[in-house]
Design a protein around this ligand. Structure first.
Ligand SMILES: *Cc1c(COP(=O)(O)O)cnc(C)c1O
Length: 227
């Protein structure tokens, strides 16, 4: 028997609510990005029928095809994957959010390509634990990029996104997320309007929420294994 997308979404929302109740210092609503990379369109449409409106993709071409085929103006599409600068135009003209910005060149290209449209929502991808195989910037660079995004006319600085090393141990998860959360709060001191701390996936979102995450990203636990 396969578990339906609807019941998985419902279950996740209940778990998010339960984790949110345990927080002491944070009140934000926690938003769920359904990560639909390498999942067929009918599964995304099934989640849409059940009322879900926030989807994340990792590959530009695949994402753009889905955005065009599904063609719903009330879906919020998030780009989460590595950004090649020659794909910036496609990202800026089709997606609503990009969470994986990690260099100035990309900021300039996205800003240019977004002209004449509502601002593109941008998060900076941070990498605070020195993982060379992953994208993302350190604290210092994060502040530099934030200023560049802030100054870009067609971009809206929303916050940071992190993909910390996988930990099975809850205290270790919490410790990593708290470090990221500290950076987020420092950034928010400087840019009080920012509102997005995107961290937490299937195995660790409870710790992420307790540390202050207000956006979690989950794929296979909603849609099943990818193609
Ligand atoms: C794939 C991906 C996810 C979701 O991963 P699952 O294992 O499918 O839950 C979340 N965030 C990012 C950045 C991803 O690339």
């Amino acid at each position: 028997m396969t578990t339906s997308i609807a019941s998985q979404l419902e279950l996740l929302q209940q778990e998010i609510a339960k984790s949110s109740e345990k927080r002491v210092n944070f009140q934000d609503n926690v938003r769920l990005v359904a990560v639909s990379k390498r999942q067929p369109i009918d599964k995304i449409e099934e989640a849409y029928q059940k009322g879900h409106r926030i989807f994340g993709e990792n590959f530009v071409q695949e994402g753009v095809e889905k955005i065009q085929k599904i063609d719903k103006s009330d879906i919020e599409w998030h780009m989460l994957g590595a950004i090649q600068s020659r794909k910036c135009k496609d990202i800026a003209t089709h997606f609503d959010w990009v969470q994986s910005v990690d260099r100035t060149k990309v900021i300039n290209k996205l800003n240019q390509a977004r002209q004449g449209m509502p601002p593109l929502n941008v998060c900076i991808q941070v990498n605070l634990f020195g993982e060379a195989q992953k994208a993302g910037v350190d604290e210092t660079e994060c502040f530099e990029l934030a200023q560049a995004i802030y100054e870009a006319e067609n971009l809206a600085l929303r916050g940071i996104m992190a993909l910390p090393p996988k930990q099975h141990d809850y205290p270790k998860q919490l410790q990593q997320f708290e470090e990221i959360s500290t950076l987020y709060r420092q950034l928010k001191d400087k840019y009080p309007h920012i509102d997005t701390l995107s961290m937490g996936m299937s195995g660790d979102f409870e710790a992420a929420i307790l540390a202050g995450s207000n956006m979690i990203r989950i794929g296979t636990a909603i849609f099943g294994q990818r193609d």
